[in-house]
Design a protein around this ligand. Sequence first.
Ligand code: 5GP
Length: 210
Amino acid sequence: MPTDNDGIMIILSSPSGAGKTTLVNMLSKLENFEISISHTTRLPRPNEIPNQDYYFVSEEKFRRLIKDQEFLEYAKVFNNYYGTTRTPVIDKLNKGKNVLFDIDWQGADQIKNKKLDYKLITFFILPPSREVLFERLSNRDMKDKLIAEERMKQFSHDVLHWINYDYVVINESLEICYSKIYNLINAIINNGPKDYDENYIREHVEKLTS
Ligand code: 5GP
């Protein structure tokens, strides 16, 4: 049974390349914050650690988890399945831990629609411009510029989901973006004033989509 001492759920989503995973890792260093580790059918990247970055599982195992209703949410992203299992999240929240989710808009929608009794804050991270995003994606995927181009096309679709999030934050510099998210979380937890300019965000999205 949820109580006032429960942790809160904090979702960060973004189009690919906006820096969300780094931000989630930075936030997870805060006292009492823990990352929800997702399951995925994607293969590990060379720098990724199994059971820490993801639980890497076969499609067969993923399907079994779906059938057994283990997932709080799951979705197909770029041809692979990704999902959050319910039990570890609820256990953490009940122990008063704040849980960070690095998940896409489909997962964010599903968790929102579940209307759980735990407080939920959703953030959508955006790049400062299309040019900067393309540069970031090209650096990440040196070997294959096509992937960067593919993800730019995906960006035009993904960016449209900004409207369903509580807050949109622009990742111009990691430190500033981190502080903005940190300050908003603090303001929400403590019922304090929020430094958030919705008109500025609206104009930024218009620039990104025009
Ligand atoms: P990547 O393969 O680059 O690690 O992640 C691809 C996308 O899948 C990212 O947008 C990431 O946030 C999203 N993602 C990672 N884990 C989950 C999850 O458990 N559920 C959902 N819905 N999306 C996830």
